[in-house]
Design a protein around this ligand. Structure first.
Ligand code: ATP
Length: 247
């Protein structure tokens, strides 16, 4: 395996984290993700996967409990100040900014970029296979290319935790595998901690060392991806996949 060079990862701990949407049922999350791990989050629609990522990213605030990243309680930190990057299924880019500027935002929110920043942006774009497309607007790119731009921004932002909320779900299977492999490559060189929401066991098996199954606003099970998908299915996994499903 390539030796990690960037900032590395950070342990992510949700310790008795409680949250409820207005009028919604209570959710409670206890989860510990070691530094540098790739963890897949799976579970039925509405089980709270996106909510969990939003709490880590700071878009929502727990009513009780603590979220620690690298041992530090992150509750005082606004989303932009958390040691976290996040990629959604879509709308990760600003439509009026070209590719280079969209990536540059990962380095400087005001886009005051040094020559060194610009060099890093160029390197990141080359790394994700977008050299030569710096001047394009998001609408001039394919869906897969847009997600590559988002990944290039993650690279120049260089935070120890990466949250993927079904980031590649709208891409076809081959392209999705390419994107997952790219995340795997970036992970191998940067060593960041990755928490990835997906509906597809194939995605988890491709790059996640452990998989957590969520049910009704809580983590029902966490196991190595290999153990989870080989041999006897756990009850939580069987409920999610449905009995007799082969994938
Ligand atoms: N902004 C919101 N306001 C109120 N309720 C919300 C909001 N966002 C999510 N919810 C509710 O919280 C519950 C969990 O939603 P969440 O999006 O976290 O689930 P999920 O597991 O990510 O689902 P999916 O797989 O469909 O994306 C759902 O019942 C949902 O309706």
């Amino acid at each position: 395996m390539t030796r990690a060079t960037g900032t590395g990862g950070a342990e992510v701990v949700l310790d008795g984290v409680e949250f409820a949407w207005p009028g919604g049922p209570p959710m409670r999350f206890d989860l510990s993700v070691p530094s540098g791990e790739i963890l897949a989050l799976m579970g039925p629609s509405g089980s709270g996967k996106s909510t969990l990522l939003s709490l880590i990213a700071g878009f929502e605030t727990p009513s009780a409990g603590e979220i620690r990243i690298a041992g530090k309680d992150v509750s005082p930190l606004a989303p932009a100040l958390r040691p976290v990057s996040m990629i959604f299924q879509e709308n990760n880019l600003f439509a009026h900014l070209d590719v280079a500027a969209n990536v540059g935002l990962g380095r400087s929110p005001s886009l005051r970029l040094s020559a060194e920043d610009r060099a890093e942006i160029g390197q990141a774009l080359a790394r994700v296979g977008l050299a030569g497309k710096e001047g394009r607007l998001p609408r001039e790119l394919s869906g897969g290319e847009r997600q590559r731009v988002a990944l290039a921004r993650v690279l120049v932002r260089d935070r120890p935790v990466l949250l993927l909320d079904e980031a590649f779900a709208s891409l076809g299977p081959a392209l999705r595998d390419d994107m997952l492999d790219l995340v795997g490559d970036l992970h191998a060189s940067k060593g960041m901690t990755v928490i990835m929401v997906t509906h597809d066991p194939h995605d988890a098996r491709r790059i996640a060392s452990r998989t957590a199954i969520m049910e009704k606003g809580a983590i029902a099970e966490v196991a190595t991806t290999e153990a989870l998908f080989s041999g006897e299915r756990s009850e939580a996994l069987a409920r999610y996949l449905g009995h007799g499903t082969s994938r």
